[in-house]
Design a protein around this ligand. Structure first.
Ligand code: NAP
Length: 303
């Protein structure tokens, strides 16, 4: 791949928010596409993308963007996947790759798969990188650097298509792992989805406290609570869709979490110092492991 022969002649990005715009910037920076076609739902976001010069062509019609594309990457909330797939299907050319960046992968395959014509390769993906901000103005080219990107191609997917997607993400600075979609959803349920659910809950609980206490909560928000508020500021539509689309895996880990929380509750009530100490000692070791694995994102929250 050189500047003269980009990996893809035409990449269409359907959705140009935080992730789509970061991908547009990275693709441009690394010369991965001859043409970047940008599509978004609203005229307002389209105008913002054009002003930021994120692409080479701009449209609100997904079918127009996808026409003649070698790669179409869907970068919208998961609740919109079915409609987007139906819209682009008639314009997909034979041999094209359809991918996405969505946070749940079984649902991506279920929602996109039925509309993808024969001869078009579906290679779903999930960059484990992001922030709590939304919209094209918040994207940046280095977002994916040193972060994992998980690809979940269904069994039998064309290996050249998987290789091309691997090269795309590696060139954007990511480490790529190929995984079964169901396994991805279980792993992300515990590492990302449950922590977000807890954050939304704890900030909600604080918000429900009586007025005078609420003021104190905000005033004295030290590290712990402040971190929760940052996570709980994540896009509500996106997170609504994540929980709706990864229901089984989230309910499974939520059940385990609730049992563990109840055990700690009992230990506090009974004054069982050893139980509490041992539990916190064990989790401290996990923190060390996370840092050693270079997955310590204090400022850049992965989703
Ligand atoms: P975002 O900044 O809110 O941008 C969303 C984009 O999708 C915009 O272009 C928006 O269009 C469009 N869109 C929203 N609702 C739509 C609908 N119903 N139909 C068609 N288009 C619609 O979102 P994002 O953070 O980039 O997230 C996009 C995807 O990336 C999601 O599937 C999410 O799960 C995944 N993801 C996010 C993160 C993260 O940290 N944010 C990390 C990894 C993966 P308009 O603005 O024109 O309405």
């Amino acid at each position: 791949m050189t500047a003269d022969t980009p990996l893809f002649e035409r990449i269409a990005l359907i959705g140009i928010g935080l992730i789509g715009s970061s991908l547009a910037r990275a693709v441009r920076q690394h010369g991965l596409a001859g043409h970047i076609a940008i599509c978004t739902r609203s005229a307002e976001t389209l105008a913002a993308a054009e002003k930021l010069e994120l692409g080479d062509s701009y449209t609100q019609d997904a079918a127009v963007a996808a026409k003649d594309a070698d790669l179409v990457v869907i970068c919208v909330p998961m609740g919109a996947y079915g409609a987007v797939a139906e819209a682009i299907a008639p314009s997909l050319k034979a041999g094209a790759i359809v991918s996405d960046v969505g946070s749940t992968k079984k649902s991506a395959i279920d929602d996109l798969g039925p509309s993808i014509p024969d001869g078009v390769h579906l290679v779903p993906g999930h960059p484990i990188a992001g922030t709590e901000h939304s919209g094209p103005e918040h994207g940046f080219a280095s977002l994916f650097e040193n972060h994992w990107c998980i690809l979940t191609p269904p069994d039998g997917t064309n290996s050249d298509a998987i290789d091309k997607m691997t090269r795309l993400w590696e060139t954007c600075g990511s480490m790529v792992e190929i995984m079964d979609a169901a396994h991805h959803d279980q792993v992300l349920a515990i590492t990302s989805h449950l922590p977000h659910l807890i954050s939304y809950t704890i900030v909600g609980t604080a918000t429900d406290l009586e007025d005078h206490l609420k003021k104190e909560v905000v005033k004295f928000a030290a590290g712990g609570f402040r971190d929760f508020t940052r996570i709980a500021a994540s896009d509500p539509i996106m997170w609504r869709d994540i929980f709706l689309n990864n229901k089984d895996a989230v309910l499974d880990v939520l059940g385990r979490f609730t049992e563990d929380l109840t055990a700690l509750q009992r230990a506090i009530r009974r004054g069982e110092a050893d139980t509490l100490g041992d539990s916190f000692e064990r989790t401290r070791d996990i923190r060390k492991g996370v840092i050693e694995a270079k997955q310590d994102f204090m400022d850049k929250e992965e989703e």
